[in-house]
Design a binder for this molecule. Sequence first.
Ligand code: ADP
Ligand code: MG
Length: 259
Amino acid sequence: MTSTTTTPRSATGSVALHGVTKVYGQGEHAVLALDGVSLDVAPGEFVCLVGASGCGKSTLLNLVAGLDKVSGGRIELGDGVNPGLMFQESALFPWLTVEGNVDVPLKLRRLPRAQRRERVAELLRTVHLAEFGRKRPHQLSGGMRQRVALARTLALDTPVLLMDEPFGALDAMTRDILHDELERIWAERKLTVLFVTHNVREAARLADRIILLSSRPGRIIYSTRVDVPRPRRIDSPEIASIAADVTDRLRTEVGRHGQ
Ligand code: ADP
Ligand code: MG
């Protein structure tokens, strides 16, 4: 046997942060947004990140998405994995139809036209918008637009989904329905999801694990598994009790900053 060491490759769909630090700006204007954040997300795991506004949640997702560079530490993704990112605003192209929007990543991937057409139809069925392919974004409700955004992200065929308060602007009923949909799609496709929200109940409803971030600098201060069987209901007593526990900790943290 030779003594060559092989670096263990990260499994497809895994996300690992090792002592990640992010500083914005320089000198006296520098803001330490994240300070030594380490986190291992297993393939197929659904992790919710919660924390007060400004604690670095979006920063963390943007770093994992590769939109910005870490100031220290490192982030490991599976080989060749480019995560999909979804925001509170659907960021659809207003001049394209629903089909056209979902087709964008497929075109970028240079899939042949016939295959693209099939994929678009399949993705629209997945998010229950099969009848709306010819509509334009402004003709849809907020919830429908987020479904299109989800279909477009799924068109990337990536195992890792990063979601930054994707349902934050929706009414409670629409949000409930989208929770069910997202949970179904996550389970069917065995996706890894890193989901940011400041809504603790939403986190308890969706997550395998909830991670709580402190503010300035953003550090992981608490982590808990949600062992409630699925499908879940956001208004169930088990979810409410987990949410109450996390809310207490969040309140203590926010109070510490005198906000
Ligand atoms: P969250 O998403 O939890 O509300 P952010 O990640 O957006 O928090 O921001 C974390 C901290 O970093 C905040 O103090 C914010 O003002 C600061 N910040 C975020 N983006 C930038 C930037 N591009 N330049 C300077 N400061 C930033
Ligand atoms: Mg944010």
